[in-house]
Design a protein around this ligand. Sequence first.
Ligand code: HEM
Length: 547
Amino acid sequence: MGVAGATSVFYYFLVPTLILWYAYYKLSRRRMEVLADKIPGPKGIPLLGNALQLMGSSTQIFNYLYAESFKHGRVVKIWIGPKLLVFLTDPRDVEIILSSHVVIDKAPEYRFFKPWLGNGLLISTGDVWRAHRKLIAPTFHLNVLKSFINLFNVNSKQTVEKLKKEIGREFDCHDYMSEATVEILLETAMGVSKKTQDQSCFDYAMAVMKMCDILHLRHTKFWLRSDLIFNLSQYAGYQKKLIHTIHSLTKKVIKKKKADLKMGIRGSTAEVPEEIKLKIKEKETVNKTTVEGLSYGQSSGLKDDLDVDDNDIGEKKRMAFLDLMIEASQNGEMISDTEIKEQVDTIMFEGHDTTAAGSSFFLCMMGVHQNIQNKVHEELDTIFGDSDRPVTFADTMEMKYLERCMMETLRMYPPVPIIARQSNQEINLVSENLTVPAGCTIVISTFKVHRHADIYPNPEKFNPDNFLPENFANRHYYSFIPFSAGPRSCVGRKYAMLKLKILLATIMRNFHVTSDIKEQDFQLQADIILKRTDGFRIKLHPRKSKA
Ligand code: HEM
């Protein structure tokens, strides 16, 4: 065929095919575009939409989106190329999505997690998710968590010892909180001693942080969404290295646990000094194990599968996470080895990075708000006096002010600042007469939900009294959702709250925190987990009565 022949093939076949494909594409998206047109949002440009506005650094993107949230009302759309994102911030709209047993699929953006987390609980869907959720949720029941109290104490005390070398100078507390939260997870939910791990928990935490940076790039830079382009970029090789570091820790953990179980060793093999065991036994009096509502991170009107009465949990189910996973796989076909690895990766990630951010923001808040910190110290002194005894479960129930400070930290700085869902059906909203089109990504902006002035008066001010029972009582249940809510709520909510209370109380009993940086100067970035790009910089001073 000559040049003329090739040209006519182009004109007679390719051009009409392309025109037809484009016409079909436009027609199939017509309904989406009509509905999207009614939703307010920043002005974009043809084809690229708002993609160019998301070109800057993480902090610039965060500041841009937060500023836009004040201009367009409670439902806002943006286009990243052909991809439509609808942001919801009204608790009534949020309830429709989060309480739904139908809209439970994660948005396609979560697929970037796949090489790392596989089909773990965070991203799986359908029957696999349902079966695994049923298996995993009871391993984070309060009764199991109470058996971790000794280990929470031991690790918290060790963290205080490490922090002592920073006394008097400015440092980034997030590094310490990351290492502590990884170590605590290993020794509790995974049940292996950190001493048996030849890999540094700090290196693992840093690899996770860098992975989140790469995922954030893929979420915001439209060209990196394509696997083809991503695999050709410099990031692909870097991601491979990071995943290798991350997976080698999880593989070793599973291997060790399997070996322990083979030798008939159940439960955690981490060491607890006798004196801690004894002191906790002497003091422990509270038998109540069903504690609902705010103490465990959500509105009391909301219930999920973690709010199960003790009597409804069978003896067999009172096992720690990894013990149960491996026993289940040996006793039947409920979960395969690959699936166990994916769940371990998921729990290791979700369980450490979130609590590391939450505890670091808490310490920064103490540093900035000295009068509030004084009240935390007063409460702890009333509970513990001058003693350095470990924290008991009963003590955690008495830490009402510290708890309110934790809630207020999670309100202002929710570690998971956005949650995204995919809906295959149209959804009518309540806050405005708008319909979310099928096929778009629905983004629930927790950060913004928590900062509406009509819900939280003076929302940019850190005020633990926002969580006094009388102030909380009349708020919409979905106006406080740091752990999400509904069927896909955070499975580690109670674990996180109990661990944070013991870790933070132990730190606060030993130190006075100051911060040279004011809250309005914090540089925030929201790449999967909310962080400070300027570092979580604080100073520690020994408390006279304790040190
Ligand atoms: C302050 C600490 C924590 C916060 C703020 C937090 C927040 C959240 C949020 C908002 C979600 C929903 C995410 C989404 O739908 O995209 C979630 C899910 C999840 N979280 Fe947490 N989390 C925390 C700690 C933990 C801990 C300690 C664990 C485990 C030990 C954990 C395990 C999980 C898992 C497995 C899921 C997926 C649940 C599912 O889809 O069924 N989280 N978390």
